[in-house]
Design a protein around this ligand. Structure first.
Ligand code: IMP
Ligand code: MG
Length: 177
């Protein structure tokens, strides 16, 4: 299936069932890694809102709290590499197990910035879950603990990801044609 958003055409890359199944696996892994622990799950807006909703419901037997924050750094189909600011950081992160949830780690600039910002708050631990990861674009060395899919360095939309604000609601992930 092909969708057109503004001037660009996209074709299906990952089907809804593949994504759901993978999030179930990751949720099971997180559930076992944080068994008997408290976990604060923080989604990075806007892109993570769908992954957050689906992933959180696959975490079982762990006492979780959920929150969101926002970083603005991106426009069009190419990362500007400029991170502006973190908005809505929850207070009192000290001694908490934090799980950051992202839709995608591309160059890694945004996550790098967020990691440093969160480390300042002296949490007990910080882990990262991202639905998508572009290894060819990644410019850092920090660990991504839970990765849904490694994908080629091509622009994608759907399942929370947008092209200039469009396409977030698409249930599949689409790749630029
Ligand atoms: P990074 O800082 O380069 O890792 O990318 C940061 C943000 O850019 C991600 O959280 C996404 O919101 C957005 N982004 C990166 N790659 C894509 C893409 O292929 N499609 C849509 N948004 C993307
Ligand atoms: Mg994002």
């Amino acid at each position: 299936m092909v969708v057109t958003l503004k001037d660009k055409s996209f074709e299906v890359y990952l089907k809804e069932t593949e994504i759901r199944n993978r999030l179930k696996e990751i949720g099971t892994q997180i559930s076992s890694d944080f068994k008997d622990e408290d976990l604060l799950v923080i989604g990075v807006l806007n892109g993570s809102f769908i992954v957050m909703a689906d992933l959180c419901r696959e975490i079982k037997g762990v006492s979780i709290q959920t929150n969101f924050l926002k970083i603005s750094s991106y426009s069009g189909t190419q990362s500007t590499g400029i991170v502006k600011e973190v908005i809505g950081l929850p207070d009192d992160l000290q001694n908490k197990n934090i799980l950051i949830v992202e839709d995608i780690v591309d160059t890694g600039v945004s996550m790098n910035y967020l990691l440093h910002r969160l480390e300042n708050e002296n949490p007990k631990s910080i882990s990262i879950a991202t639905l998508l990861f572009k290894p060819e674009a990644f410019r850092f060395k920090y660990q991504l603990h839970y990765v849904g899919f490694e994908i080629p360095n091509k622009f994608v939309v759907g399942y929370g990801l947008d092209y200039d604000g469009l396409g977030r609601e698409l249930p599949e992930i689409y790749q630029l044609k």
